[in-house]
Design a binder for this molecule. Structure first.
Ligand code: ADP
Length: 295
């Protein structure tokens, strides 16, 4: 089973010709609410890919919280240990202009209340084969969750996003680090993905650097280097591509599939997702991933 310790957010997206200046009001063209948060996105991706998935975290006591919980459950994610915290859900306030540029305010809301593991959390983690972690919850709980997984021999997969310096105790409890190119550079100061992956192996045993339309690069301490190109698709919406990839990768690795096969299968899942509008809402289900993989 897969446990996700992570964030839930409602993305509130306004589409405008041009973003307002301070003190100014502009009229938008369109508004959308999109369930997200890296934790929830990875949970939905893994569940749709066929994983047995449970989510630890919190939603708020508002309507967004009910909607976020429902979105997870509708994809088959177990939310028994997803708390409802008094107060607002996590929200991302996004303004997208006609040139595709954006400005974003993230308010952690309920996510910010998840500072430590709660009763039952460690027991649940101990039943998993994989724990998925990102950096949208308070660092204290991410570190605690990784350490708990490590104690129980559970594989830990960390998406180091939003990018920030990582405490040594977190790296020490991470089995597989999955940065995108930008995060890999930020963590190492190296712009070449292969060099960055190599440098990260000093801190964790396995690394996958995601390279957008150029695919993924895997490296481990035994000297293996695997580059898997991304399937060629017309990208419509690349939001959460990395989360789709990571969720599917966890499922494939948890089933004991060889790394290269798992990378290819997860790349198919991510490619299917970017072909459609919507982030978590456009994530593919297992039969579609299998069909794409067989092509
Ligand atoms: P993030 O979404 O975290 O920034 P990336 O942009 O690297 O991460 O995308 C993650 C993965 O999603 C890539 O490694 C690739 O497999 C897939 N992907 C992303 N963009 C595309 C694309 N335009 N075409 C095909 N696959 C894509």
């Amino acid at each position: 089973a897969i446990v996700v310790l992570g964030s839930t957010n409602m993305d509130l997206v306004a589409y405008v010709v041009r973003a307002p200046l301070r003190g100014e009001t502009v009229t938008g063209r369109e508004f959308r609410t999109v369930p997200g948060g890296k934790g929830a996105n990875q949970a939905v991706a893994a569940a749709r890919a066929g994983g047995n998935v449970a989510m630890i975290g919190a939603v708020g006591s508002d309507a967004f919280g009910r909607h976020l919980r429902h979105t997870l459950e509708a994809s088959g994610v177990d939310t028994d240990l997803l708390h409802t915290a008094d107060g607002p859900s996590g929200t991302a306030h996004i303004v997208v202009d006609d040139e595709g540029g954006n400005a974003i305010v993230v308010v952690p809301g309920a996510n910010g209340t998840v500072t430590a593991l709660g009763p039952g959390d460690e027991t649940l983690i101990a039943t998993a084969d994989t724990l998925l972690l990102q950096l949208e919850l308070p660092l204290s709980v991410v570190v605690e969750g990784a350490a708990a997984a490590r104690r129980h021999g559970v594989r830990t997969v960390l998406t180091p996003a939003p990018a920030r310096a990582l405490p040594p105790e977190l790296l020490a409890a991470t089995d597989l680090l999955v940065p995108n190119e930008h995060e890999a550079t930020l963590l190492t100061g190296l712009t070449d993905p292969e060099a960055a992956a190599g440098a990260l192996l000093a801190q964790v045993p396995e690394v996958v650097v995601t390279l957008g339309a150029r695919g993924t690069l895997y490296a481990n301490r035994d000297g293996a280097r695997i580059h898997v190109p991304a399937p060629r698709v017309t990208a419509v919406d690349t939001t959460a591509a990395g989360d789709t990839f990571t969720g599917a990768l966890a499922v494939a690795l948890g089933e004991g599939r060889p790394v290269e096969q798992a990378l290819r299968w997860a790349s198919c899942a991510a490619a299917l997702g970017v072909r459609r509008e919507g982030a978590s809402t456009s994530m593919p289900y297992r039969p579609e991933i299998d069909a794409e993989y067989a092509r």
